[in-house]
Design a protein around this ligand. Structure first.
Ligand code: HEC
Length: 160
């Protein structure tokens, strides 16, 4: 490649990068917030409110009222973030929705409010983080009933 042309290419790239810098850093910051929130969500909310692409688990299924599955079209994306913040902070009386203000910081609860507000337009990285091999194997799935209590176990129970 000839030198002048290379320079031109480099300049173009730099210009684009420069022009995009604000947008990019905003987006990255935004994504960083959401991925922090994704972790918090997995730890504190997923057990009731579910994860993208996963069916309602046994716990959520047995609640009354049932917690809305926030990543399955039953979200709060049409609510204002402050509204969700208030619910996350104070809980919802007599519903099973816990208040988190004793356990999470305001910042963390804001991050969660923003996460659930944009549940329908999350960057792929954040979705992946939500789906990540959940230490919420802590989140039990609706198990096919009593599959495989093995005979072996049974025999051991009855050794005479
Ligand atoms: C033990 C189960 C449980 C956990 C854990 C839980 N929630 Fe909830 N949540 C509920 C239930 C049940 C409702 C619905 C209450 C109702 O219908 O009145 C609810 C409602 C909500 C709502 C309002 C939904 C709406 O349609 O207005 C938001 C927002 C919410 N939860 C966010 C969260 C976040 C964020 C977390 C984690 C920090 C969390 N919840 C943890 C059970 C839970």
């Amino acid at each position: 490649m000839k030198k002048p042309r290379m320079t031109a290419v480099l300049t173009a790239v730099l210009c684009l990068a420069g022009a995009g810098v604000l947008l990019t850093s905003y987006a990255q910051q935004n994504t960083a917030v959401k991925s922090a929130a994704a972790k918090l969500y997995r730890q504190n909310c997923a057990v009731c409110h579910g994860l993208p692409g996963e069916p309602r688990n046994a716990i959520a299924n047995g609640m009354f009222p049932k917690p809305p599955q926030l990543f399955r079209g039953m979200g709060v994306t049409d609510d204002e973030a402050w509204e969700s913040f208030a619910k996350i902070s104070g809980g919802i009386r007599m519903s099973g929705m816990p208040g988190f203000r004793e356990s999470l910081s305001d910042t963390q609860m804001w991050q969660l409010s923003q996460l659930v507000k944009s549940a329908d337009k999350l960057p792929a990285s954040v979705k992946a983080e939500l789906a990540a091999a959940t230490p919420g194997a802590a989140v039990p799935t609706l198990a096919p009933a009593a599959a495989g209590k093995s005979d072996e176990e049974h025999e051991h129970d009855h050794v005479h």
